[in-house]
Ligand binder design. Structure first.
Ligand SMILES: Cc1ncc(COP(=O)(O)O)c(C=O)c1O
Length: 489
C-alpha cells in the first residue's frame, strides 16, 4: 500500500483495512480465557516503543495496524476476560464494539438535534429506559457523560445550582453565601471529593460520616452532625448516598437518607455509579428502596451495563433542572427559526460537542433486552456469594466483608492464626500478595483497606465469568499466598 498524500484511502483500501481490524478483534476474543491478564512489560519498555520523532510523513496503514496489533492489542490488560476482578471494570458487550465503529463512522455531534437527529432521540430514550429500569421515576431527565465521576459532578452541579437558585448562584457564584455542607459516609467514592472541590464547596464543608459494621452510613451520626451544623450556623445542603460503595459494595439505607433529606430540606443525591443499575432486580427492590426519592443519581453504563469505556449517566428529576443548571445562549448556536420541538443536549449539560455514546447503550438494550442484562447482573451477584461461601469453607482464607452486590473482600491467612498477635504479619502478607499476583498475571485483582487493614478485593461485573473462574481465582491466590508466606517466614 503506498504512502498516503490525502487523508482518505480509496474505498477498496478502506474496506481491506476495516476487515483487518475485524480480524484483530476476533483474534483478541478467541483468547479471553488464556491470555495474561496483566501487561508483562515495564513502563520503560513501553515508553521506549512509542518514543519516536514526530512523524513527518505517513506510513503504510497495514504496517501501522500490525504495530497496533503487536504493541497495543496483544499487550492490553485482559479486562474483557473472565479473570479480571479489579476496581469496577466490566468486559464490554460485543454489540457495543460494532456500535462504536458505526458511531465513529458517521461522526455525529450529539450537542444539537439538527447535527445528530437520531442520536439525540436515542439518548433521550436511553435516559427514559434506564430511569424506568431502576425505578427512578417517569419524570426523569438525564444526560450521558464520560463515566461515574462525571455523572456525580453533573448531579452535584445540578444540586448546587437548583438548591441555590433563589440566591442566583449562577450569576453571583458562591461569594456572599455562608458555607454549605455536604454529607456522605466515610466509604464514599473519591470522585465525590473531587466534585466537592471543583464546585467550590471545599473539603472543610464535606462531612464524612462513620459507617456501621456493614460499611453503611451511620444514620444516627448523620442526623447528629446535621443538627450540630445547624446550631453552628452552617447551611446543610446535600446528602450523598452510596448505592454500592467501591470498597465493599455496601448500599446505604437510601430510604432513611431520603427521609432525613426531606426533614431538613436537603438535596438528596445518590452515587449509583457502581450499584445503581442493580436496583433493577426485583430481589434488590428492598435494598434500593428510596432511590426514587433522590433529586439526582449517577449511574454508570461502563460498569453494570457491561459497556466498553466510556459512558456514564446522570439522571435528575425533570429535564428542567438540567436546563436551569446549564442553559446558555449564543448567536452561533441559535436555531430558533425552527419551532418543531428539537432538543439540543448542549442546553442540558456542560459539553457542546459530544460523541454518540447513546448508540452503544441503545443497541445493548435492543440486542440483549433488559431481562438479559438483569440476569447477567444477578449472575455477578451470585458469583460473589459463591466466592464468599468458598472462602468460608477454607481454613487458609478469611472473609472481611459480607458479599454485598458483587464485591467480596477477603484475606489470605495461610497457616497463620488470624489473631491480633499475628495481625501485622498477616497484613504484610496480604499487601505483598497483590504485586506478586501482578507478576504471576493469571488473574487481575487488587486490594483495598477495610477497617484500617489490607484486604484482597474481588469485584465481579463481567458477564463472561462462571463458577469455575472463581475456583481458579481461589487456587491462584492460595498458591501465590503460600509463596509469599514462605518468603516471609
Ligand atoms: C461508587 C463509585 N462511584 C464513582 C466511581 C467513578 O466512576 P468512573 O471511574 O466511571 O469515573 C466509581 C468507580 O469505580 C465507583 O465505584
Amino acid at each position: 500500500m503506498s504512502k498516503n498524500e490525502t487523508l482518505d484511502y480509496s474505498l477498496e483500501t478502506f474496506d481491506k483495512l476495516l476487515r483487518k481490524g475485524c480480524d484483530m478483534v476476533i483474534d483478541r476474543y478467541s483468547k479471553l480465557d488464556e491470555a495474561a491478564t496483566f501487561c508483562r512489560y515495564t513502563p520503560a519498555e513501553i515508553e521506549a516503543w512509542f518514543n519516536e520523532d514526530l512523524p513527518k510523513d505517513g506510513m503504510d496503514a497495514e504496517k501501522l495496524m500490525d504495530i497496533v496489533k503487536n504493541k497495543v492489542m496483544d499487550t492490553a490488560t485482559m479486562n474483557i476476560g473472565p479473570h479480571f476482578y479489579a476496581y469496577v471494570n466490566t468486559g464490554g458487550t460485543q454489540i457495543s464494539i460494532i456500535a462504536e465503529l458505526l458511531a465513529t463512522a458517521i461522526n455525529q455531534n450529539g450537542g444539537k438535534w439538527h447535527l445528530a437527529p437520531a442520536i439525540v432521540e436515542l439518548e433521550k430514550q436511553v435516559v427514559r429506559w434506564s430511569a424506568e429500569m431502576i425505578g427512578f421515576g417517569a419524570d426523569a431527565g438525564g444526560v450521558l457523560v464520560s463515566g461515574g465521576s462525571a455523572a456525580n459532578l453533573a448531579g452535584l452541579t445540578v444540586a448546587r445550582n437548583i438548591f441555590f437558585e433563589k440566591e442566583n448562584i449562577r450569576d453571583k457564584g458562591l461569594f456572599g453565601l455562608a458555607p454549605f455542607i455536604v454529607y456522605a459516609s466515610d466509604e464514599v467514592h473519591g470522585c465525590v471529593d473531587k466534585s466537592i472541590e471543583l464546585l467550590g464547596i471545599g473539603m472543610d464543608n464535606f462531612r464524612k460520616i462513620p459507617c456501621d459494621e456493614n460499611f453503611k452510613i451511620g444514620i444516627f451520626e448523620l442526623e447528629q452532625q446535621i443538627k450540630k451544623d445547624i446550631d453552628a450556623g452552617f447551611t446543610p445542603f446535600c446528602i450523598v448516598g452510596s448505592a454500592g460503595t467501591v470498597n465493599s459494595g455496601a448500599v446505604d439505607p437510601l430510604d432513611e437518607l431520603a427521609k432525613i433529606a426531606e426533614k431538613y430540606g436537603l438535596w438528596f443525591h445518590i452515587d449509583g455509579a457502581y450499584g445503581g443499575l442493580a436496583g433493577a432486580l426485583d430481589e434488590n427492590k428492598r435494598l434500593f428502596k428510596g432511590i426514587e426519592k433522590a433529586g439526582s443519581i449517577a449511574i454508570d453504563f461502563h460498569k453494570w451495563f457491561y459497556q466498553p469505556f466510556e459512558v456514564g449517566c446522570v439522571l435528575v428529576k425533570g429535564w428542567g433542572t438540567l436546563r436551569n443548571t446549564y442553559y446558555k445562549t449564543a448567536s452561533y448556536l441559535s436555531t430558533d427559526g425552527k419551532s418543531d420541538n428539537r432538543f439540543d443536549f448542549n442546553e442540558y449539560n456542560f459539553q457542546l460537542s459530544r460523541n454518540s455514546k447513546a448508540l452503544k447503550v441503545w443497541m445493548t438494550f435492543k440486542a440483549y433486552g433488559c431481562e438479559n442484562i438483569k440476569r447477567a447482573i444477578k449472575n455477578d451477584i451470585d458469583l460473589s456469594s459463591y466466592l464468599e461461601e468458598k472462602i468460608n469453607e477454607t481454613d487458609d482464607f478469611e472473609l472481611c466483608s459480607p458479599s454485598s452486590l458483587s464485591v467480596c473482600c477477603f484475606r489470605y491467612t495461610g497457616s497463620i492464626e488470624s489473631t491480633v498477635k499475628n495481625a501485622s504479619l498477616l497484613d504484610k502478607i496480604n499487601i505483598d500478595i497483590i504485586p506478586a499476583l501482578e507478576d504471576d498475571a493469571r488473574v487481575f485483582i487488587t486490594g483495598t483497606t477495610l477497617n484500617n487493614r489490607p484486604v484482597i478485593r474481588a469485584c465481579m461485573i463481567n458477564h463472561r465469568k462462571r463458577e469455575e473462574h472463581i475456583d481458579f481465582l481461589i487456587n491462584v491466590v492460595r498458591e501465590i499466598g503460600m509463596n509469599v508466606e514462605k518468603r516471609m517466614r
